[in-house]
Write a protein that binds this ligand. Structure first.
Ligand SMILES: [Zn+2]
Length: 270
């Protein structure tokens, strides 16, 4: 990933997506915004208890930095599911100003409509950006452990295939910063579900203790889903940055024990 510091905000970009001039994309960080503790400072989430006017100032600043109109930002009411929404022209800008108006019950979005910036909000979950330069289709998804179990990454690729005729071989993916196996301790109830859904994958749970806890590698599980979906490894760029280990740069739900903001991952056909 490439880091760029502007007058106010610091943004991250995937090198594989930057090669394509026909799209814009970003991963935001927590620096350069208006929100105060514990949302300091570029919190993009309207649903986390922060002052809405500050969140809107943050979103406007991010949009201006990217050269994207605020009303192009299109956001979902994320529920940790495997659901994917196909975003048509009429849905442009849903959720850009009010959480109630965000696209309902979805954790991933795909579109081929220009000037719609699909945005996913995260604080430890794995944010993923997708682009098929052949069919000119974009997608976003986020996966925590629940979304991973429900194969949200796989469903996003399927939605690009079924809705727009994308071939997985052409799809480029960026996996952004998320909580790493260094920090993501989970309990036996999560581990047993992971084992049920992925019975042959032993490498997703690390350092299991006698009391049944272990450390979950969300990135590895989602990488495998993308490879299973037919995406080529050379087309997947991984940030490999732990949000919980870098709480000064990223919002981390685990690090701040639930009281925190959200950073964003967005992509738009310009
Ligand atoms: Zn870590």
């Amino acid at each position: 990933m490439i880091k760029k510091k502007t007058d106010f905000v610091t943004l991250l970009f995937f090198e594989n997506l930057l090669k394509h001039q026909e799209i814009k994309h970003f991963i935001s960080t927590r620096t350069g915004g208006f929100s105060t503790l514990p949302y300091n400072s570029l919190n993009l989430g309207l649903h986390v208890g922060d002052a809405p006017e500050k969140v809107m100032k943050n979103r406007k600043r991010l949009a201006a930095t990217m050269g994207i109109p605020l009303h192009h930002l299109t956001i979902g009411q994320q529920i940790h599911s495997g659901n994917v929404a196909v975003i048509s022209e009429e849905l442009r800008g849903k959720g850009c100003g009010h959480h109630d108006e965000a696209v309902k019950d979805t954790d991933a979005m795909v579109t081929n409509v220009p000037n719609i910036c699909l945005v996913i909000l995260v604080a430890d979950c794995v944010p993923m950006l997708f682009f098929d330069p052949v069919r000119n289709v974009i997608g976003v998804a986020h996966a925590g452990w629940k979304g991973t179990l429900q194969s949200v990454a796989l469903h996003t690729v399927s939605a690009m295939e079924n809705g727009f005729g994308s071939s997985p071989h052409n799809i480029i993916v960026g996996m952004g910063p998320s909580i790493g196996p260094c920090c993501y301790e989970v309990g036996p109830e999560v581990i047993s579900q992971i084992r049920t859904i992925f019975p042959t994958s032993t490498e997703y749970i690390l350092n299991e203790s006698r009391d049944g806890k272990g450390y979950l590698d969300l990135c590895k599980a989602n990488l495998d889903q993308l490879l299973d979906a037919g995406i080529e490894r050379k087309n997947i760029e991984m940030a490999m940055k732990c949000t919980c280990h870098n709480p000064d740069v990223f919002f981390s739900y685990r690090h701040q024990q639930g009281e925190t903001g959200r950073f964003g991952a967005g992509i738009s056909i310009s």
